[in-house]
Write a protein of this length. Structure first.
Lengths: 244, 244
């Protein structure tokens, strides 16, 4: 059977999940595109596949078929994918790993997605998102992580509270500063074993109250003419150095 | 005097410059936002400032005032900037520096802008853009470079032809490959003195005909679960390593 009515209850819900309010209410979200859907499947997160009529079932799993028109209403992409999935949201992990990335107020979904992808690439164990960081389940965030959000522990917490907890657990806290502090290249092996790296908002950098919790500020050496890098790039280079 | 008519000849031209066709025809383009406008001014590229009525003149320079409505018609941003400038396009440099970045078919304006910004940060001398790379004067590219496009030599050339020229001039040519080849971390000081690094298209990587010209393929070591990084991030990490 192919669902073709916008009044169908499932379809109504899929559409609602474009909004954060309903993702929070139902504790579910939509993943688009075969690549991301496969990663969600590997992690056992899929409730049901949503396929455009005519598509093959990519793996054994509960599914519904819908018309092309319905797909375009559910999708948040200009060119909708023919394969989507309804997923349940993560449970937050109770344990925190040795390598922690704390994101305080990242606004742009593309930046958050890119950072999550790089965090997995360079072996971060746990990502902490501040309450005012863009929603993890925003479709553009999901797309930009390229499925990597399913493979890394992510928790949402008040940043200052979290940093105090980490300090008690003897994590060195690294902030960032464009010009002054410690060149990330000069960190020793020991500096890289266990840490929390804190990243501030795109425009304003670290808040004063957060910066006060930092033991060290890291910077990336670069040409004097350049004030800063794209935040996704800057964080990725720091994680690359910390991971090596 | 404040221009308030959409039929004004200057305004008509500013609006046309949103399209590549007209940027090519007039050899001019529009820069938005005080930060980028200042960088353009420093490089002597401004023909005239375009200011929203009521704005202060930020520096001595020919200028026109226009209404808020006109600004919104010229702008390509959701929240238009009150300060813009009409600029003449670069003349292509005749000399090529020792550190060359070749971009073959980058499609996303944000990616191109981010890469140009990082290229300046890590002291690339010359950027070569293939004919099918997104237009350098696309408003989103300009915005993403954060003014850095005014501080680096950029030329547009057929990539295979260019690589043959560089090979004759004894530049080692570095390609990229996600998994195999040389870990960029293992490059010696000598490998980093003079080179051309070639980057392929976001989806498909290097074309066969381009890869055949490469002396070495570089890769970034990362977690096995991760297939690739965002292209802006990957290029930036390679440039960071090559610049250090």
């Amino acid at each position: 059977m192919v669902i073709s009515s916008l009044d169908n209850n499932k379809v109504k819900k899929y559409k609602k999940l474009k909004k954060k309010k309903y993702r929070d209410l139902y504790n579910e979200f939509i993943v688009e595109g075969l690549h991301s859907v496969l990663e969600a499947f590997r992690c056992g997160m899929i409730i049901e596949l949503i396929l455009e009529e005519g598509e093959d079932l990519p793996f054994e799993c509960p599914y519904v078929y819908v018309t092309k028109e319905i797909i375009s209403k559910i999708s948040s992409m200009e060119t909708p994918s023919k394969v989507m999935a309804l997923c349940k949201r993560f449970e937050e992990p109770e344990e925190i790993g040795d390598k922690v990335l704390v994101l305080d107020g990242i606004q742009d979904p593309g930046n958050l997605g890119t950072i999550i992808r790089s965090a997995k690439a360079f072996n971060i164990d746990t990502i902490v998102l501040s309450d005012d960081t863009v929603d993890l389940y925003n479709p553009k965030v999901i797309r930009s992580t390229q499925g990597m959000m399913f493979h890394i522990s992510i928790i949402r917490k008040d940043v200052v509270t979290m940093l105090k907890v980490l300090k008690n657990m003897k994590y060195p806290i690294y902030g960032t500063n464009v010009r002054s502090g410690t060149d990330v290249k000069t960190l020793t092996k020991r500096d890289k074993n266990k840490y929390a790296l804190v990243i501030g908002n795109e425009g304003n950098g670290l808040r004063q109250s957060v910066n006060m919790e930092c033991d060290k500020n890291l910077y990336i050496k670069m040409n004097d003419k350049v004030e800063s890098l794209n935040v996704g790039v800057a964080v990725s280079i720091l994680l690359y150095e910390l991971g090596n």
